[in-house]
Design a protein around this ligand. Structure first.
Ligand code: ZN
Length: 203
């Protein structure tokens, strides 16, 4: 399986990164080794001094497809959840400066912790879904899928032009504003609406 991550899908996050608001979706990838296995702690990587959280709605592809028309994209996912796109912001800045790919900053081991539980889209309004990240008891990110620049259906349609989407593939749909650093000892909790789905301690 593969993990596709959408960059700059919320205007206010693009602004806080001093990046242009994209006219077409922008994506990068993480390998399956970026998932944090169950009951494995997250250890702060030794190659960065500026690890940032990015809390994101994640959808799981349930049907094989390529060149999917946006009007049929809803058939290609049933479930969604919450994940963190951990980013070594210092390495990412160096990559951007040199015009290099982002993998060392984004695709490293365990850089994509994902909630164990997935929710069924039938039970929610995915076009207006609130989600949030709490760090050490304080809300640091609050997002709403209504603010996405490109809807989930558009993301599926766009990415499937370039690669076949397979059952089990994940799409991290982009982070809202409020990204920030974590430190050893921090406690992160992720919520969709009022339901806690993620609980992670940084060791
Ligand atoms: Zn992200």
């Amino acid at each position: 399986m593969k993990i596709i991550c959408i960059g700059r899908n919320y205007a206010n996050h693009a602004k806080e990164m001093k990046a242009a608001i994209p006219k077409v979706p922008m994506f990068f990838m993480k390998p399956d080794t970026a998932l944090l296995p169950k009951r494995t702690p997250f250890y702060y990587p030794n190659f960065t001094n500026d690890l940032h959280f990015e809390c994101e709605i994640v959808i799981r592809i349930c049907k094989l497809g390529k060149n999917i028309d946006a009007k049929f994209a809803h058939e290609y996912y049933q479930e969604f959840s919450l994940g963190i796109d951990f980013t070594a912001r210092d390495l990412q800045a160096q990559c951007k400066e040199k015009g290099h790919p982002w993998e060392i900053a984004k695709a490293f081991e365990y850089s994509a912790p994902l909630a164990e539980k997935f929710l069924n889209k039938k039970d929610y309004n995915l076009n207006q879904l609130k989600f949030s990240l709490v760090k050490n008891g304080e809300i640091v990110q609050e997002g709403n899928t209504k603010d996405m620049l490109f809807s989930i259906d558009k993301l599926i349609s766009y990415t499937s032009q370039f690669m076949t989407l397979k059952i089990g593939d994940l799409i991290f749909t982009g982070t809202p504003e409020g990204v920030g650093p974590v430190h050893i000892g921090d406690h992160l909790e992720g919520y969709i609406e009022n339901q806690k789905l993620l609980d992670l301690k940084i060791k």
